[in-house]
Design a protein around this ligand. Structure first.
Ligand code: F0G
Length: 341
């Protein structure tokens, strides 16, 4: 690979890999840290957006998947398996295809955005949908992968958490210090856990601000949510696997984990698209929604928000209520008439 060689090439010295580890990479990481002038003016802080949609499969999951699939291959696994709200399955399917091993994904039926399904299907994963939640799918996948000896690549796999720390290292490298606040959405809670561990590993300590969707906010409420519901399907999770890691990130960093409503998420989603020029998926806007909702308690200094996944993942939400115009004659006059020119 020319230029950037992916997360393991860049940060292998901090990762559980050796010279014997076959590196399965798609060139993940090195995502842009984009200034957000409109948001910055709104919250009166410098806000920078870590655009994880620029990863090869369109989400932050690739950072951990390169490590998890490389280790699975090193350990001789014939296949990987995961439960997913969509992005983990898209990433697992792509890295498994690259490695030439099998991939099984277990998904909550009817609750995975179209683009993510398209990825898993086209990369050749075996897909099972269950009439249940992500939490049900994860419990099933854990049980079956033990029985069948395939490598589980959900974020309870420590290699996933290891690789996902790299987002913090990139922010630290770019800023030369910690931001005051690092905000992000919280679903299964692997990412807030990993981002915090990444900062800690290099001696930095931003306040970690995590945001759950109000209908799927077990950490905020202090108990699992049996039937989580939110427009942000990626974080529609009632019993996060990395619950303790998220609480540790919050408490050790002097941060917060609170809830944002679907309305607040969609308002931030819209603001990112129309004012900052960035299309993200709804879950990815939860961190920005949280910063806006909590702006009165922002400390001084730079605010970094992880935008976890690309908006093209979820075209249905992007287009909902927008309306595609009916065609007119293919003449300048007809088009000018529509435009009122
Ligand atoms: N944002 C997006 C776009 C996600 O896909 C996820 C998780 C999160 C945020 C939350 O991250 O789980 O580490 O707290 N998606 C998982 C999946 C659950 O299966 O793709 P988390």
């Amino acid at each position: 690979m020319t230029g950037w060689g992916g997360v393991i090439a860049a940060y292998g010295h901090r990762l559980p890999v050796t010279s014997d580890t076959p590196i399965i990479t798609l060139g993940e990481g090195n995502t842009p840290l984009i200034p957000a002038p409109h948001l910055s003016a709104l919250v009166e802080r410098e806000v920078l957006l870590k655009f994880e949609g620029a990863n090869p499969t369109g989400s932050f999951k690739d950072r951990g998947m390169t490590v998890a699939v490389s280790k699975a291959v090193e350990e001789g696994a014939a296949a990987v398996a995961c439960a997913s709200t969509g992005n983990t399955s898209a990433s697992a399917a792509a890295y498994a295809a690259r490695a030439g091993i099998g991939c099984v994904v277990v998904l909550p039926a009817g609750k995975v955005a179209l683009g993510k399904l398209a990825q898993a299907v086209r990369h050749g994963a075996r897909i099972v949908t269950v009439s249940g939640s992500f939490d049900d799918a994860l419990a099933i996948t854990i049980a079956l992968s033990r029985r069948h000896g395939v490598a589980l690549v959900n974020s309870i796999n420590p290699y996933r958490i290891a690789g996902q720390q790299s987002v913090a290292w990139e922010v630290a490298d770019a800023l030369g210090r910690a931001p005051a606040v690092h905000a992000l959405p919280v679903g299964n809670a692997g990412n807030i856990t990993a981002t915090w561990l990444g900062y800690r590993a290099v001696g930095l300590a931003p306040a970690m601000w995590g945001f759950q969707a109000a209908g799927a906010a077990p950490i905020v409420e202090g108990h699992p949510v049996a039937r989580p519901e939110t427009i942000a399907t990626a974080i529609r999770i009632g019993n996060p696997a990395s619950w303790q890691g998220a609480v540790a990130a919050r408490d050790e960093s002097g941060g917060r984990i609170t809830a944002v409503s679907d309305e607040q998420i969609l308002a931030a989603y819209d603001l990112l698209a129309t004012r900052e020029g960035l299309l993200v998926e709804p879950a990815s806007a939860a961190g920005v929604a949280g910063v806006l909702a909590n702006r009165s308690v922002l400390p001084d200094g730079v605010v970094v928000c992880t935008l976890t996944g690309h908006g093209l993942k979820d075209p249905d939400t992007a287009i909902a209520g927008m309306g595609i115009p009916e065609p007119v004659a293919a003449t300048p006059e007809a088009v000018a008439e529509v435009l009122g020119w």
